[in-house]
Design a protein around this ligand. Structure first.
Ligand code: PDD
Length: 302
């Protein structure tokens, strides 16, 4: 259950390699390695009330992801640092205060097509913004259902790679089957959802897959673990199997575009009593409270 981007009511402006350009100009060469090989990383930042929530955390992860795909050139990292100002300018140009900001860096052009990385090859740095519906921080968590899917991804899911084909296959299979999300598992271990992390609650304890490289260490995941500590909720970051899903009291997705979304049924079987559980509700409230405080929003939450 992802909060989808809306269409802009005007001609959009994109940022591409140092320039602000129109959609017609915002074109990547066919020999760009992002398209040829999926050699790219990205970030999605949610802007509430004009403020990028956890923007610094997203920026830091972008640097880590780039190093993870071997892009260590200081010049590229310096361009990534500029994305703070670029994002502010794109929001200003479009007059947006509720938005998703998308950043992407791909390795650059390979002419002719070659498997070999070339040192000093200029990377492609782009950014774009989309409007989204404002949230009501006082509203109850969104609910969804999920389908289980085999996690067919690579071993470096900690890198926020643009290579999302396995995620998109699983997600679209779930949608076609009438579910709102796909929760993935590998060798019997529950990993995460296709564009969100996954948590379960059993006997008041919050369980989630550890940050061991096999999942994306979501920014929202990190915030929720911190907030859970403040609420006195015990967190267990350890591997757990599909058997835990059968006995879980609650389950939820967590991510930049999902916030806390309660998963009320998995493969047609109710999770707990099939409603939004108390721990999910508290964590959702805490997340919304943090968003409201950080982004200067009026909040009816605690
Ligand atoms: N996706 N796991 C995966 C596989 C993801 O793609 C995402 C986010 C998350 C949650 O991470 P964060 O809390 O940092 O958003 C976990 C983004 C939103 C996307 O692809 O649009």
């Amino acid at each position: 259950m992802v909060q989808e981007a809306l269409t802009l009511d005007r001609e959009p402006t994109f940022y591409l390699n140092g320039s602000y350009v129109t959609r017609a100009e915002a074109v990547l060469p066919v020999e760009e390695r992002g398209g040829l090989f999926g050699e790219g990383v990205y970030e999605v930042v949610r802007v509430y009330n004009g403020v990028g929530y956890e923007l610094e955390g997203h920026l830091e992860r972008m640097h880590q992801s780039l190093r993870g795909i071997g892009v260590v050139d200081e010049g590229v990292h310096a361009e990534v640092e500029k994305l703070r100002g670029v994002s502010a300018e794109l929001l200003r140009v479009h007059g947006l205060s509720e938005a998703l900001v998308y950043w992407q860096v791909t390795r650059g052009v390979s002419r002719p097509r070659s498997f070999v990385f070339k040192a000093g090859n200029p990377a492609t740095v782009m950014a774009m913004v989309y409007p989204v519906q404002a949230i009501d921080p006082a509203a109850a968590p969104v609910e969804t259902t999920a389908m289980l899917a085999v996690d067919e991804r690579w071993a470096n899911c900690w890198i926020k790679s643009t290579m999302l084909l396995p995620n998109n296959l699983a997600y679209n299979r779930a949608l076609e089957a009438g579910y709102g999300a796909a929760v993935m598992h590998r060798d019997g271990v529950v990993t995460e959802a296709t564009s969100a992390n996954f948590f379960v609650v059993k006997d008041g304890v919050l369980w989630t897959h550890p940050d061991n490289g096999r999942i994306l260490n979501g920014i929202t995941r990190q915030v929720l673990i911190r907030l859970a500590g403040g609420l006195g909720i015990e967190v267990r970051e350890s591997l757990y199997g599909l058997d835990v899903l059968a006995v879980a009291d609650e389950a939820f997705l967590a991510g930049t575009t999902t916030h806390v979304t309660a998963v009320t049924a998995i493969d047609g079987r109710a999770v707990g009593d099939g409603g939004v559980g108390p721990v999910s509700r508290r964590l959702h409230g805490a997340l919304m409270g943090d968003v409201a405080a950080v982004c200067g929003m009026a909040s009816a939450v605690g």
